[in-house]
Design a protein around this ligand. Structure first.
Ligand code: NAP
Length: 308
């Protein structure tokens, strides 16, 4: 492969602008050569309305990074894999489990890298937490993930449609952290969710899980105004570990809370470059499996109509 990975960026929306573009610009191993988005375009970078036009345009691409909503990403990723391109996926990696399982198989057969990213796993306190928990007895885990949909996802109607995940769009970030740092597998026992009238995805969800002998609860709320909460508390035989601010703050027993530097997206692109160089893929389905199980088991109630 030439000096840089010739990259196409697909779906120029909030996360592409907030995080992907700065991370790509700061990583010498990537050259952003073109974009695909139905409405948006960047200054000084060739843009195309969809991924088929991007692939056909002759930019000698090595890879694409997909920042579109999860529903619809399967066709984009499949087109890229079929064209022999390496693919990086925003979370959640697809709209359904069958889609992401098939993409992983296609990438393997084609010999290209598929990276299903979980950006919250790259938050600064997550790896230190995983290391501290290893070998300890886990007694209980409480996940509280409460944010304001109108503040963080303004006008994103897709998020409450089928395949949009609703409050599991942020909630799956908590599950991506928990599945990584807990020493025992996380299993769903029961779930409840509240779907607003006329929508297909929940604004609130409650999960009961277990990890070994520990009870694990998750409280997801997309209507949280005022202070926002992205916390995981873990009781162990050596005291309580608390992760705050989505994995940025670490508090260990008897120690002051420490905030660790945020480099989630630079770390994701560094990992993508490493995977491409090594000829490997990284598709960890555990967070998605729990969400899929929740949709399978959940007792559903209908909430008040919602508008942005
Ligand atoms: P967004 O602002 O709605 O951007 C997605 C872009 O994809 C749109 O601007 C749109 O651009 C394009 N698109 C293609 N097909 C679409 C469709 N059927 N419906 C809507 N847009 C479509 O969403 P986002 O917040 O960037 O989220 C995208 C993905 O990143 C999601 O999977 C989300 O979970 C993940 N993510 C988001 C955040 C965040 O803070 N927002 C954080 C981490 C991860 P065109 O109209 O130009 O095609």
């Amino acid at each position: 492969m030439a000096a840089g990975i010739r990259l196409g960026l697909v779906g120029i929306g909030k996360i592409a602008r907030d995080q992907h573009l700065p991370a790509i610009a700061a990583d010498a191993r990537f050259d952003l050569v073109a974009t695909a988005s139905r409405h948006a375009q960047l200054d000084a970078v060739p843009g195309y309305p969809d991924i088929a036009a991007l692939i056909a345009a002759g930019h000698d691409l090595d890879a694409v990074s997909l920042c579109t909503p999860p529903d619809g990403r399967y066709d984009q990723a499949r087109a890229a894999i079929d064209a022999g391109l390496h693919v990086m996926l925003e979370k959640p990696p697809a709209a359904t489990m069958s889609e992401i399982v098939d993409l992983a198989e296609r990438a393997r057969a084609k010999g290209v890298t598929l990276f299903a990213t979980w950006h919250s796993r790259e938050a600064g306190a997550v790896e230190p937490a995983r290391q501290w928990l290893a070998g300890k007895r886990i007694d209980a885990v409480r996940i509280v993930w409460k944010e304001d949909i109108r503040r963080w996802h303004p006008g994103q109607e897709w998020i409450l449609a089928a395949g949009g995940f609703g409050v599991f769009d942020p909630g799956i970030n908590a599950l991506s952290i928990a599945t990584l740092i807990l020493p025992e597998p996380l299993l769903l026992a029961s779930a409840r969710m509240e779907v607003p009238e006329g929508r297909q995805a929940p604004l609130k969800a409650w999960l009961e899980m277990r990890s070994g002998a520990a009870r694990v609860t998750a409280d997801f709320d997309f209507l949280q105004t005022g202070p926002q909460t992205w916390d995981i508390e873990i009781d162990t035989d050596a005291g309580q570990l608390r992760l705050g601010l989505g994995g940025s703050i670490l508090q260990l027993p008897g120690e002051p809370a420490q905030e660790l530097p945020n480099a989630e997206y630079p770390r994701l692109y560094a990992r993508f470059a490493d995977l491409v160089a090594a000829g490997q893929s990284d598709v960890d389905l555990r967070p998605f499996t729990l969400v899929s199980d929740a949709f399978l088991l959940a007792e559903r109630t209908t909430g008040a109509p919602f508008s942005f």
